[in-house]
Design a protein around this ligand. Structure first.
Ligand SMILES: O=C(O)C1=C[C@@H](OP(=O)(O)O)[C@@H](O)[C@H](O)C1
Ligand SMILES: C=C(OP(=O)(O)O)C(=O)O
Length: 442
């Protein structure tokens, strides 16, 4: 008799997703859900505000659910109505300590909430997914310590897990030097809570580079919209005055970075993809997409708030500094392997500290499908080659998954591992993608 090994529990088996090839030129409209970055900023500001707020068009996803859960643990009321409107009620008696925050893999949760926790009336413990424990946190913890907050680290220095010992509503804030070359979120997180420090905050960036400047401008813009005085007149120095954060109603823009794979599909397959709700002006780094896609062979038209991208199937390589918009890099890198000339992406060394080491992950997966992809000190060089199907690994990274979908449009047999990881910021991704390929309005 042969002994059969016990079957693995069914729940651990996640089937790969066969990325569909494009059936022909596209003619689709895709309604992209709300911006992760704006939703999580508005949630934090609403929790710090002087009255309840309502968020319309907010993103419902793992990262925003984690932010809501953390703010609830700290004593904030966060309710999602049947029509998708979020109501946020700040805690009447200040933030509650003695609680834990699960950051998942969300940079916005792990970087935005430690400064809020400094206002809590006791210790707040932070932890997250195994991969979250690899993401850099040190400059945030050092800045809090420099202003008198006790922080206990429980693992590797400068990483999750750690405990912030809240100083209560009388926390003074002060003046800090922060090296934010590894993530703009170090700056954003400290600035967002700063109006509630009794002395406000002066923050000076000291590092050699500063990625994702639009995301810092987004932070300054949402603070000003909430009535907070922010002086950003000197380069790399921000001064936030103490004062009330005005609550109220806000509408969240669509997530332009999540629009990227859909818009890229028009270049790869030919035809057109339209995204409604495209803002005329925005601080989202996705605002750079039309210019990038034009350089790569697309035509873009913004008319009455609808961005339409039209392609022919011919895609060209580019030399691109993506430091302002690093979160677009996985999608652009996936597109770049389908071009007729090499691409160089620069200014994105900090992607090594994203959901995964994205430069290593992209080089590995683009090579696995037959492309040539080499890492440089601050980016990637991608040279198109004849491609073939393969299992596309995703490393728990939503943008690796959507990148695999882009490659699969042209390359038969791309099987995307754990496509459900897209739920980090875009839970309905597969339905939107298949709807787009069927030429529907989705
Ligand atoms: O503040 C934000 O909402 C974000 C800032 C950026 O982080 P980095 O500066 O770490 O790249 C971006 O990549 C991330 O997706 C969202
Ligand atoms: C870098 C990203 O996320 P996070 O907010 O977790 O840093 C991203 O969404 O590309």
């Amino acid at each position: 008799m042969t002994a059969t090994p016990p079957a693995a529990p069914a729940a651990t088996v996640v089937p790969d997703w066969d990325a569909p090839t494009a059936p022909g030129p596209l003619a689709a409209q895709v309604e992209v859900p709300g911006s992760k970055s704006l939703t999580n900023r508005y949630l934090v500001l609403a929790a710090l505000a002087d009255r309840p707020s309502r968020l319309r068009g907010a993103l419902r996803s793992r990262d925003t659910d984690l932010m809501a859960a953390a703010l609830r643990a700290l004593g904030t009321g966060v309710d999602v109505g049947a029509d998708g409107t979020w109501t946020v009620t700040p805690p009447a008696d200040g933030f509650r300590g003695g609680v834990s925050v699960d950051c998942g893999l969300a940079g916005t949760v792990m970087r935005f909430l430690p400064a809020v926790a400094a206002l809590a009336d006791g210790p707040v413990r932070f932890d997250g997914d195994p991969q979250a424990r690899l993401r850099p946190m040190g400059p945030v913890l050092a800045a809090l310590r420099a202003t008198g907050v006790r922080v206990d680290e429980h693992g590797e220095p400068g990483r999750l897990p750690f405990t912030v010992h809240g100083r209560g509503p009388g926390f003074a804030g002060g003046s800090v030097d922060v090296d934010a070359s590894a993530s703009s979120q170090f700056v954003s997180g400290l600035l967002l809570a700063a109006p509630r420090f009794t002395g406000g905050l002066t923050l000076r960036h000291t590092g050699p580079t500063l990625p994702s400047l639009p995301h810092i401008e987004m932070t300054v813009a949402v603070l000003r919209d909430a009535g907070v005085a922010v002086d950003d007149s000197r380069p790399a120095i921000w001064v936030v005055s103490p004062g009330p954060v005005t609550g109220g109603d806000v509408r969240v823009e669509p997530d332009l970075s999540n629009a990227a794979p859909f818009l890229c599909a028009a270049l790869v397959a030919g035809g057109s993809v339209a995204v409604p709700g495209w803002p005329a002006t925005t601080t989202q780094p996705g605002a750079l997409l039309p210019g990038i896609l034009e350089r790569m062979g697309g035509r873009t038209v913004l008319d009455a708030g609808v961005l339409t991208v039209t392609g022919t199937g011919a895609v060209h390589g580019v030399d691109l500094d993506l430091s302002a918009a690093g979160e677009l890099a996985p999608t652009i890198a996936a597109l770049a392997v389908l071009t007729d000339s090499p691409t160089r992406l620069r200014g994105i060394a900090h992607l090594r500290g994203h959901e995964t080491d994205r430069l290593t992950a992209l080089a590995a997966e683009l090579t696995r499908v037959g492309g040539r992809a080499e890492q440089t000190a601050d980016g990637l060089v991608i040279t198109p080659q004849p491609l073939h199907g393969a299992r596309w690994r995703t490393y728990a990274d939503h943008r690796m998954a959507t990148g695999g979908a882009v490659v699969g449009l042209r390359v038969p047999g791309v099987q995307v591992e754990d496509v459900a990881t897209t739920a980090k910021t875009l839970p309905g991704f597969v339905d939107l993608w298949t709807g787009m390929l069927a030429g529907r309005t989705v």
